[in-house]
Design a protein. Sequence first.
Length: 342
Amino acid sequence: MIKQQVSLQHLNTLRLSCIASHYCQVSSIEELVEAANYARLQQLPLLLLGEGSNLVLPSKIRALVVKIELKGVRQKATDSGVIVTAAAGESWDSLVAQTARDELWGLENLSLIPGTVGAAPIQNIGAYGVEVKDRLLELRALDLASGTVETFDNRQCEFAYRDSVFKQRFSNRFAIIDCTFKLNSVAEPQLSYGALQNAFNHNQGALSPRLVRDYICQLRQSKLPDPRVTPNAGSFFKNPVVSEAKAKDIEKQFPELVSYPVDEGRKLAAGWMIEQAGFKGVQRGSVGVYDKQALVLTSNGCANASDLQLLVDEIRTRIAELFGVSLEVEPRSYDCHGQQVS
Ligand code: FAD
Ligand code: NAP
């Protein structure tokens, strides 16, 4: 059922105040098709909503906001592991918890990431050296224009760092319906990140997906704000990738620069740069920079998108002045006409 003038404040983890002109929840593909048809007839843009943990919403939005509530998880055993298919509206972290309980390797490094299964491929969620692309076999998505269901294999998703075809060429064209992952029953720990190496290197024999998950949950809870207590959207900026020459140039002035080699050059730790620029813990009215991780912007629950934008502009300007680097916003932002602006 489509409702009008609905507040989305409790449906985005930054708790930004936002009134949607039209809103509905869908729990089946048929309902999703109906919603898409309604939006087309009414000439409304369609905004798909998971748990709202990677979104910046305007104070008012003229769009049909469709909350994805498709549910269900099924498993199929194979010789080396299990193929797991989860519907788009399932909680990502509940899926990770379940697979870790089932002693399946593959998703444990992605523990405690908020959001839904269906949103996970959109920005190719990643943490501690693992990305969704490393485990996703295929996904099914509804083409919102034609109403047909298409299957995308891993390659067709065109995954990249916090990116996929669904943020690029096919932005807002497909609604992801379900995702299928290939998980392993044989030990496959991914411990390349320093924190995990330190914790587990001595005792790899006794490792289990559950142990890795529990450790990552503890680590994240100690460093990251719980959106239910301190509204936020996780990392607000992507880590910029620059050429080796540019990184060396920055190091002349900032020898402590935190960076990691990648194929295209070097990935700079944006959180470190923001901290160096003096923003860690600063408060600007209803919004601020988290005091334990400067990459996370927070709200006091009474902010709107304009309050946040002022702080974003201030940080981006200062980082460009200091390091000569342009920071790209990670969450997807929308304007009052329902058009995506970043
Ligand atoms: P939403 O915010 O609701 O939507 C995000 C985008 O995806 C929107 O454009 C929306 O239209 C689109 N979308 C949603 N569902 C669908 C669908 N079914 N089909 C098509 N499009 C859809 N991200 C990481 O990568 N790594 C992390 O470690 C991480 N940690 C976080 C920690 C915190 C505390 C928070 C608040 C966020 C974190 N994030 C992280 C970001 C966020 O959790 C992920 O991007 C997550 O996948 C967003 O899921 P969601 O359901 O909330 O999506
Ligand atoms: P951290 O471990 O303090 O590391 C800071 C930054 O350095 C991270 O952004 C990470 O890049 C990079 N890094 C650290 N070790 C690395 C290695 N061995 N190789 C390559 N890059 C390395 O970060 P944190 O804030 O506590 O977060 C831990 C993990 O959770 C990170 O992977 C981070 O991406 C993820 N996370 C993401 C979000 C989000 O909203 N996107 C929010 C919270 C946490 P990467 O970011 O590329 O991994």
